[in-house]
Design a protein around this ligand. Structure first.
Ligand SMILES: Nc1ncnc2c1ncn2[C@@H]1O[C@H](COP(=O)(O)OP(=O)(O)OP(=O)(O)O)[C@@H](O)[C@H]1O
Length: 696
């Protein structure tokens, strides 16, 4: 049959379709019957009848139903293309058109057929109709010897994306093997190549004796279809891996990692990023995707084991570096020298405890009602700041990588959606001193005191005449306070003028048990301790704006320092605040769920409210098992030179304390055993007892 004949046939069929009677049992037939029925009632004044009649009578509904009927009819038919050469047909028609009379319709038809998109459409039609999308494989040679290994010929059509596979040379045989197949990449989606397959030829070129780089060069040079001849791996790996999600606790740049097997396949990430681990088959190199970009194919990241090994190697490579990061300064107050070196302004008067505490007015008026807010002790913030600075100073003495050597590089997380019956998540505010953490907390509680609340802190000082136990503070003996501290039931604490102050886990639970949202401020070093399954803290970092903006907004701001009460912020204080914020963000940014820049107070407050609502209502990534237990192990190097080892997990009722005499040995064991399970803790402790039998 000639092309034009086929065209005529198509046109006939086309027309026949459009004029075909619509079956009476079709929807439009039903509609016709309904209209007949309705027309009987039309003359009567029935409510809404006219509307319904008009609707059913509307031309667009009629047309729509006709289309529906046609589609139904088509669904039953198995569609076959009327022609496989629509493009040629359109050329023939275009050649014939000038011979026909020049009517406007003919001109329009010519214009349509010449339009590039119409030609592209016809060309796509022909490709599909001719089933031209399958690769053309070369014919098998006739003389294949019987001993020939079964080979697979794989054709892949290269597009803009990388192929998604890496190759390596077998150390003994020298064969070029597929090293790994990247999840979501072209090779994986084809399902035709597997890790372990031996490459024989690439685009007809034998790879025998070639270096992997030479094979990659052949691949890079080829465009369009790439043909691989492979000897398949005897047992392709079966993927039965559970999807795991982790929060990155470090930054990783594949370009800076000389050990990565294939730099182009590396996945860069920043601390705080949530990663979906899709493959852990390789003990050293995992495959992962960022949850913010799940559409792209996975990339290589170093495994937990590999990163820890590198961290340990780095740590030990600096034997003369003072590792202050391991020295706990929790309970240490500033040394005399440090205190002396502080500049004391002549005009300032060091406030006594009474002055500090009486400064803190704990009765507020908000929403037309008088209410009481505990937990705004200035003395507390001051004493915490003292220990905070010395601790920060200590940890910043070590390099960043050294600091991370003591932590897990990845933290397993799960998606958590709070249910209405669940307790609220603890809201933790963190920020450099003077940024406005307490101001924001106070504003929030002032707005809705029956919903937001602070926890009642503990103190070892005696109550004043107007104070009530359990309202301003829980008044406890030093012994009780210390047992709470060493039992890791204190989320934060500090000492001021000989008295201990702190907030216990139970005090926070008391607020949450009342169905309220507990807001507390913490020093960044204490965040880890609060990260338990029970509290599920949502950590908000309060960040200062730039110094220029602060000069403007903080004209009337006052802070409390060791030697000033209500000190006005000077330019250097603002500068220091900005610098400290940067340091906190780079060191603890992985723990921040949200960041708010406190420039305009009202705006910051509104952002805080919406962040808290999000934290309570939207699904969030939370640590899978509280926080990694390895981090709970606190090494306290006493001034005597002995080392105290204790677990800091508040969910552990009994503190684990062990005094050992050789810190170096213990560190070795500790660094080798630093992992995330309770079993590891036991193994680790047994290691210590083995090393120091006198301890058991
Ligand atoms: N956005 C803001 N605009 C203007 N003033 C602010 C703003 N935020 C806080 N302030 C003021 O800055 C001062 C310090 O704030 P605040 O006491 O809350 O600091 P902080 O972060 O709790 O630090 P510290 O714990 O060291 O006291 C207060 O006088 C407060 O009113």
């Amino acid at each position: 049959m000639r092309q034009s004949d086929r065209g005529a046939e198509l046109a006939d069929e086309d027309r026949a379709l459009s004029t075909a009677p619509i079956p009476e049992n079709g929807l439009s037939g039903i509609l016709r019957l309904l209209l007949q029925e309705l027309s009987l009632f039309y003359s009567r004044d029935v409510n809404g009848l006219r509307l319904l009649y008009d609707l059913l009578h509307s031309p667009w509904l009629q047309a729509l139903l006709k289309v529906y009927d046609c589609l139904q009819k088509f669904k039953e038919k198995k569609l076959v293309p009327a022609t496989t050469h629509a493009r040629i047909l359109s050329h023939e028609v275009l050649e014939l058109l000038p011979k026909a009379s020049s009517s406007p319709e003919i001109q329009e038809l010519r214009k349509v057929l010449q339009a590039p998109h119409c030609q592209a459409l016809l060309s796509a039609h022909d490709t599909v109709a001719q089933k031209d999308f399958e690769p053309l494989l070369p014919p098998l040679p006739d003389n294949i010897p019987d001993s020939e290994e079964a080979m697979r010929i794989v054709c892949l059509v290269k597009n803009q994306q990388p192929l998604g596979a890496t190759i390596k040379r077998h150390a003994i045989t020298g064969d070029i093997l597929v090293a790994r197949v990247i999840h979501g990449g072209l090779v994986e989606r084809s399902g035709l190549l597997y890790a372990g397959d031996k490459l024989v030829e690439v685009n007809g070129v034998s790879v025998e004796g070639l270096d992997p780089e030479q094979v990659i060069h052949i691949l890079a040079m080829s465009c369009g279809t790439i043909m691989f001849k492979v000897i398949p791996v005897s047992a392709p790996p079966v993927s039965s891996q559970k999807m795991v999600y982790v929060r990155a606790m470090i930054d990783y740049w594949p370009q800076e990692d000389p050990d990565i097997p294939c730099m182009d396949a590396g996945l860069p990430f920043l601390k705080g990023d949530i990663l979906q681990i899709v493959d852990q088959n390789d003990a050293l190199w995992w495959q992962a995707r960022k949850i913010s970009d799940l559409a792209i194919c996975a990339g290589l990241i170093p495994s937990n084991h590999l990163l820890k090994r590198k961290q340990r190697e780095f740590w030990w490579s600096q034997p003369y570096q003072p590792h202050t990061c391991l020295k706990s300064t929790r309970c240490e107050s500033l040394s005399m020298e440090e205190e002396d070196s502080m500049k004391i302004d002549e005009k300032c008067v060091e406030a006594d405890e009474e002055t500090f505490e009486s400064e803190a007015k704990e009765e507020f008026v908000g929403n037309g009602q008088k209410f009481f807010i505990a937990g705004f002790r200035r003395s507390m913030r001051l004493c915490r700041r003292k220990s905070h600075f010395s601790r920060l100073h200590a940890s910043m003495g070590c390099t960043c990588s050294c600091y991370s050597a003591v932590g897990a590089p990845y933290e397993e997380v799960v998606r958590y959606q709070r249910q209405p019956a669940d307790r609220h998540r603890l809201i933790v505010l963190v920020g450099p001193s003077g940024v406005g953490v307490n101001e924001l907390r106070r504003q929030l509680i002032g707005r809705n005191p029956s919903y937001f609340q602070s926890a009642v802190p503990h103190t070892t000082r005696s109550p004043k005449s107007y104070e009530m136990d359990g309202r301003e503070y829980h008044y406890v003996s030093r012994e009780t306070f210390e047992s709470l501290m060493y039992g890791h039931r204190m989320l934060e604490y500090g000492e001021y003028k000989g008295h201990l102050y702190g907030t216990s886990v139970n005090a926070v639970h008391a607020v949450l048990d009342e169905g309220k949202v507990c807001i507390m401020d913490l020093e960044p070093q204490d965040i880890q301790l609060a990260r338990t399954r029970g509290l599920k803290p949502y950590v908000i970092f309060i960040k200062p704006p730039n110094v220029g903006s602060m000069k403007h907004s903080r004209k009337n701001a006052k802070i409390i320092t060791d030697y000033f009460v209500d000190m006005k912020l000077k330019d250097e204080d603002l500068q220091e605040m900005e610098e400290l914020a940067q340091k906190l963000e780079s060191q603890f940014g992985q723990f921040f769920d949200h960041v708010i820049v406190n420039d305009n107070l009202q705006d910051a407050c509104a952002q805080l409210l919406s962040a808290i609502q999000k934290a309570q209502e939207d699904p969030q990534w939370v640590p899978e098992r509280g926080f990694p237990l390895a981090l709970n192990l606190n090494l306290v190097l006493l001034k005597t030179g002995s080392l105290i080892v204790c677990a800091k997990d508040p969910e552990y009722q009994q503190p684990l304390q062990t005094a050992v005499s050789d810190p170096l040995e213990v560190l070795t064991v500790w660094l080798q055993r630093a992992s995330n399970t309770h079993t590891d803790l036991l193994i680790w402790l047994s290691g210590i007892f083995l090393l120091f039998p006198h301890m058991s």
